[in-house]
Design a protein around this ligand. Structure first.
Ligand code: MN
Length: 150
């Protein structure tokens, strides 16, 4: 990861020497149409990492929870996010926070990608996926049941 002071944009939502990566290392099937770019990474355990994610039209992120929090700012497009038991409609420049141990999933809702910044601690735990029982409990709320994709 570059420690450059200034990194220029090379195209809309693309930056010099910032590779467009797979959303999750090691792949997986719990998401669709998501890319990841690491914009800043302190690289020390007490530091932070700022990522830019882009969800293609029709795509969605993983339904997951973990001990670390996410601080998110929408940079592009519109979408929806499940955070806990609420589904939030998101517009460009909105802010959304995912508290620790809270189920969350993002999706794009228009024909434009949903792009967002996401700030996390550099040192953080791995995401957990819902068990069959946890998924059934989430789906007991019909609105959540029709929202989630796993
Ligand atoms: Mn997460």
């Amino acid at each position: 990861m570059s420690k450059k002071i200034h990194t220029a944009q090379t195209a809309p939502f693309r930056w010099e020497n910032v590779p467009v990566l797979a959303y999750k290392e090691g792949g997986g099937t719990h998401f669709r149409g998501v890319t990841r770019q690491v914009l800043f990474d302190d690289g020390d355990p007490g530091g932070t990492q700022l990522r830019y994610f882009e969800i293609a039209p029709g795509g969605h992120s993983t339904l997951e929870r973990h001990d670390h929090a996410h601080s998110v700012m929408i940079l592009r497009g519109m979408g929806q996010a499940l955070v806990g038991h609420e589904i939030h409609s998101l517009e460009t420049n909105d802010l959304i926070r995912v508290p620790p141990q809270t189920w969350h999933q993002f999706r794009a809702t228009t024909d434009e990608p949903l792009g967002f910044l996401c700030l996390v601690r550099s040192e953080r735990d791995k995401p957990q996926h819902p068990t069959a029982g946890e998924l059934a409990a989430l789906r007991a709320d019909g609105r959540i049941g029709s929202f989630v994709r796993v």
